[in-house]
Design a protein around this ligand. Structure first.
Ligand code: NAD
Length: 399
């Protein structure tokens, strides 16, 4: 079989010769008891770069020893790109949300042998799910592999926005010491109302991680959490996103991108938020309206916006979120720490082993199976496509 793997570029100076930390902590299981990935073995050292082209998700030895062909590229957007050429006879495509190969309807149609799209990470919105359903292409992701990595990033961003870390850090880098400039937008989070739109694996973990800061916690989700969890965290449930945003000082967005959530945070909803609230969005860029966010930061309706997700990716060099005031954006990194890479590389191998041996893939990993939303897909997504406009990613020029 032919496996096409689309990964981000290597570091500019080549693969690292050494890493800051000598070994990763060993985790036994995820918080709800779910097992970490269980491939038969791995051919990489956890803690090394795996998500870039030379890292190859640690898959080459395994795939070639079984007689499969592995093609790895980062060239994924412009017309005539290598990924499009290789896709036409690929059986499996692997892509990461950080550097998504947008599997649009046209691309899925061009891939006559395609049986499965694997997301090395979580969030399969870069696949036109409607086209996958219609063409019976299975879609799977490595559920839980980086949920807690993202929750850590959310806490970091909430604190850094509210305390105005980015401004203070740049004052130091510029050789300055003006304390008044450094603190004129700086607050404590203690006592604030913090809410999550969606309380799945990431949203719930972010709530748990924020609890020790003595904040009031809120959530909105299409599935209600068990009462025991609501009590333990003293959560206020909202039956609509409008109800949540009206009372929260900080809103974090943690639902998948699908037709129900695309453009959810438009100008109308942002104007219903508390004046001067903060948004941390590590879910997907397209859940927030690009222009409305920039406008709200300029007017002061929002005091800050942070996260790591953009649309499309890579974000064009002139994407307005790169230059809007009071933002704490990073490129899409929260779910691809070296720790997370080890888990999703192992998870991809587990999925491929099941696929080749015709064993069932874990239900928790399934988004689309046999032309139906299945497993996590049925729980967290809706039918349709959210890939429209992704061709704009070709505008990005490497720096
Ligand atoms: P999850 O499936 O455990 O949780 C998703 C939650 O969203 C579920 O509780 C679901 O009920 C809820 N939901 C879905 N549609 C909704 C709607 N219309 N309104 C309200 N709630 C809705 O997934 P997770 O592990 O928590 O990940 C969530 C998302 O975060 C992913 O789909 C992905 O887009 C994003 N993510 C980003 C990164 C990153 O690196 N930035 C990494 C992992 C995941």
């Amino acid at each position: 079989m032919k496996i096409l793997c689309v990964l981000y570029d290597d570091p500019k100076g080549g693969m690292p010769k050494s890493y800051p930390v000598s070994s990763l902590p060993k985790l036994d299981k995820y918080p709800d008891g779910m097992k970490l990935p269980t491939p038969s073995t791995i051919d990489f050292k956890p803690g090394e770069l795996l998500g870039c082209v030379s890292g190859e998700l640690g898959l080459r030895k395994f795939l070639e020893s079984k007689g499969h062909k592995l093609v790895v590229t980062s060239d994924k957007d412009a017309k005539g790109c290598k990924a499009d050429k290789e896709l036409t006879d690929a059986d499996v495509v692997i892509s990461q949300p950080f550097w998504p190969y947008y599997l649009t309807k046209e691309r899925i149609k061009s891939a006559k042998n395609l049986k499965m799209a694997i997301t090395a990470g979580i969030g399969s919105d870069h696949v036109d799910l409607q086209a996958a359903l219609d063409n019976k292409v299975d879609v799977v992701e490595v559920t839980y592999c980086n949920s807690r990595s993202v929750a850590e990033h959310i806490v970091m961003m909430i604190l850094s926005l509210v305390r105005d870390y980015h401004n203070q850090h740049s004052i130091v880098n510029e050789g300055g010491w003006n304390i008044a400039d450094a603190v004129r937008r700086s607050y404590d989070v203690e006592g604030m109302h913090v809410g999550t739109v969606a309380a799945g694996r990431i949203g719930l973990d972010a709530l748990r991680k924020m609890k020790p800061f003595d904040v009031h916690l809120h959530y909105f989700d299409r599935h209600k959490l068990p009462e025991t969890v609501e009590k333990e965290l003293n959560l206020t449930f909202h039956d609509s996103v409008e109800s949540l945003v009206k009372v929260c000082d900080v809103v974090t967005i943690n639902c998948p991108l699908h037709p129900e959530t695309e453009n959810l945070f438009d100008e109308k909803l942002i104007n219903k938020m508390k004046k001067g609230a903060y948004i941390v969005n590590t879910a997907r860029g397209k859940i927030c309206n690009r222009e409305a966010i920039a406008k709200a930061l300029k007017s002061g309706q929002l005091s800050g916006y942070a996260g790591d997700v953009w649309f499309p990716q890579p974000a064009p060099n002139d994407h307005i979120w790169r230059t809007m005031p009071n933002h704490g954006m990073t490129p899409h990194t929260s779910g691809t720490s070296l720790s997370a890479q080890a888990r999703y590389a192992a998870g991809v191998r587990e999925i491929l082993e099941c696929f080749f041996e015709k064993k069932p893939i874990r239900d928790q990993y399934l988004i689309v199976k046999d032309g139906q939303l299945a497993g996590m897909g049925a729980h967290s997504y809706s039918k349709g496509s959210a890939t429209g406009g992704s061709e704009e990613a070709a505008k990005y020029k490497k720096k």
